[in-house]
Design a protein around this ligand. Sequence first.
Ligand SMILES: Nc1ncnc2c1ncn2[C@@H]1O[C@H](COP(=O)(O)OP(=O)(O)OP(=O)(O)O)[C@@H](O)[C@H]1O
Length: 210
Amino acid sequence: MLELKGINYHPATAEGPILKAISLSAQTGEPTIIFGPSGSGKTSLIEIISGLSRPQRGLITWHGNQVNERRRRSLCGVVFQFPERHFIGLTILQELRLGHRRLAIDIQEKALKKVGLMTENYKRPPEWLSGGQQRRLAIAVQLLREPKILLLDEPTAGLDWSVRDEIVELINQLSKERVLIVVSHEPELFTKKQHLSYELTNGKLHKTVP
Ligand SMILES: Nc1ncnc2c1ncn2[C@@H]1O[C@H](COP(=O)(O)OP(=O)(O)OP(=O)(O)O)[C@@H](O)[C@H]1O
């Protein structure tokens, strides 16, 4: 289980604190959804959890043990908003294999299967994929690192409604095997499913009843 207790974050470049006394817990089995309007601090919270930023105050534990930034970076996989804008592989396969000099075909196929990315031609450029498939590819790239905690920043942004439902279904599936935290500004996304839900407003987090 991942736990945050009393996290305060105030980067030197910000006028005031961005995250204030944040406490949350997330576990395998159900996705944790954090809703919040633009500018409420969602991406900053992902950066803190994944060890990309350091809070001024508070405690982050993984199965009861405190985890520093370095450890959190190895525990977490992050898919930031609009990941397809940052694809640099010339083919789908190249994108998937970035950072892996040798990647066994079965591991590669397992990751693609987990995200439901079936295509006949992995030698096509990633842009050839549909919007939803590109998101699946970005998630597969992270799954190859075998993260214990997967963080998704606005995973359905810019997708058609029918595709959004498929991504929500994928999120529910993936949360069965790892801690999965989604931040989104669309509270209506997860209304039909079981999940743990929080609302972030002006840097403060509150648990909400789904
Ligand atoms: N390093 C920083 N220095 C100064 N201000 C920052 C810094 N990081 C974030 N902010 C500010 O903190 C607030 C929260 O930013 P953040 O990106 O975490 O919000 P968000 O909820 O993810 O917003 P969006 O949905 O628009 O991406 C914003 O007003 C942003 O400008």
